[in-house]
Design a protein around this ligand. Structure first.
Ligand code: AFP
Length: 338
């Protein structure tokens, strides 16, 4: 079979009526920016890109040099094409407007420019996550409130993993597809069409160091997985935790499994660890389109009505049967309390 490039795939999606020309251009621009981020990350110590930037972001987290560089690359690439009304990033408190003098488009782009950035300095996979929304009609200077749309309204979502290979995973709501960067040619090439995540899992991803802070239903659920063959689940489970959500999700998209970042006593006040607009929602869209499930432990992530650009939520995602079971334990515990 002849290789299918990302550009060819986007043209096919336009012909199928799944996307318009502006959204196609937006994805091309984001993919091009991610190729530049891949080059920057791959230089490591030789590029002078490792270490702290000496600044903090809106979440009060220390920024790495590559957080700042990746954010700049995405902002600069998306400023002038005429495909965006505005964009928002993990690294900026407020939405970024399109600079004066450039045309504006109908789309809103949200991104985490470099997810897992605490892994950069130890040469472990990191990534970019993005989500695309439609700008509400008649809005010419989009503010945070115009981005606060539930995940079900996303027009597109994707992530790029900067690992041994650079891989882009993308959905427009018509399946989840994977592209691998051909570094010599400089093109993303379709490597898996219509990815399906197995309904059952034997691998789970969770930060076990938080166990003592978890709520009782999470203690129960993970306790049963850990009990293995001789426990109530009657089978052994393996554990993996990269601590770059992109890499953990990519493992699930490749061979199944589940990922949990539940609410715990340590992070209860902030509502969770991961950000809904540019982490949980795009990943939920990708996972659901691959036949998996994504919840907050109580409800479908994509049905949460966001109230803040940098709002956090608990995240349960991956193989459907496991996510449903963990969610059921939480709902049952709350039902019993009520
Ligand atoms: P950083 O980008 O600050 O490294 O955070 C990564 C992340 O948001 C997500 O990618 C990981 O799944 C999660 O945090 C890791 O959290 P722990 O620090 O609890 O392992």
């Amino acid at each position: 079979m002849k290789p299918v490039s990302l550009i060819q795939f986007l043209i096919e999606e336009r012909r199928a009526g799944h996307i318009n020309a502006e959204l196609s251009l937006l994805i091309e621009v984001v993919a091009r920016a991610c190729k530049r981020i891949a080059v920057a990350t791959s230089k490591g110590a030789l590029g002078g890109v490792l270490g702290e930037a000496g600044t903090g972001n809106i979440q009060g987290e220390a920024q790495k040099k590559l957080d700042v560089i990746s954010n700049e690359i995405l902002l600069e690439a998306n400023a002038w094409g005429g495909h965006l009304a505005a964009c928002a990033s993990e690294e900026m408190e407020d939405p970024q407007q399109i600079p004066d003098g450039y045309p504006k488009g109908q789309h809103l782009l949200l991104f985490d420019p470099l997810d897992g950035s605490s892994n950069i300095d130890v040469n472990i996979s990191v990534g970019t996550i993005f989500s695309v929304l439609r700008c509400p009609d008649g809005v010419t200077e989009p503010k945070a409130e115009h981005f606060l749309q539930p995940g079900t309204t996303q027009l597109a979502a994707g992530y790029v993993v900067y690992g041994p290979a650079t891989v882009l995973v993308l959905t427009f709501g018509h399946g989840t597809h994977e592209f691998t960067l051909d570094r010599e040619v400089g093109s993303f090439i379709l490597s898996r069409r219509n990815i399906r995540i197995p309904g059952q899992a034997t691998e789970f991803a969770i930060n076990m160091s938080n166990q003592r802070h978890w709520q009782p239903p999470m203690q129960r659920y993970i306790g049963e997985l850990l009990a293995g063959k001789t426990g109530p689940r009657g089978k052994d489970f393996n554990m993996r935790w990269v601590a770059s959500m992109v890499a953990d999700v990519h493992r699930i998209v490749t061979r199944g499994g589940v990922f949990y970042y539940p609410l715990d006593a340590k992070i209860e006040k902030q509502g969770g660890k991961l950000r809904i607009m540019y982490e949980a929602n795009p990943m939920a869209f990708i996972i659901e389109q691959a036949g998996g499930a994504a919840t907050t432990g109580r409800q479908r992530i994509m049905e949460v009505q966001p109230t803040g650009l940098h709002q956090r939520v608990p995240v349960f995602l991956g193989s459907k049967e496991e996510v449903e079971l963990a969610t059921r334990y939480h709902l049952e515990a709350e039902g019993a309390q009520a």
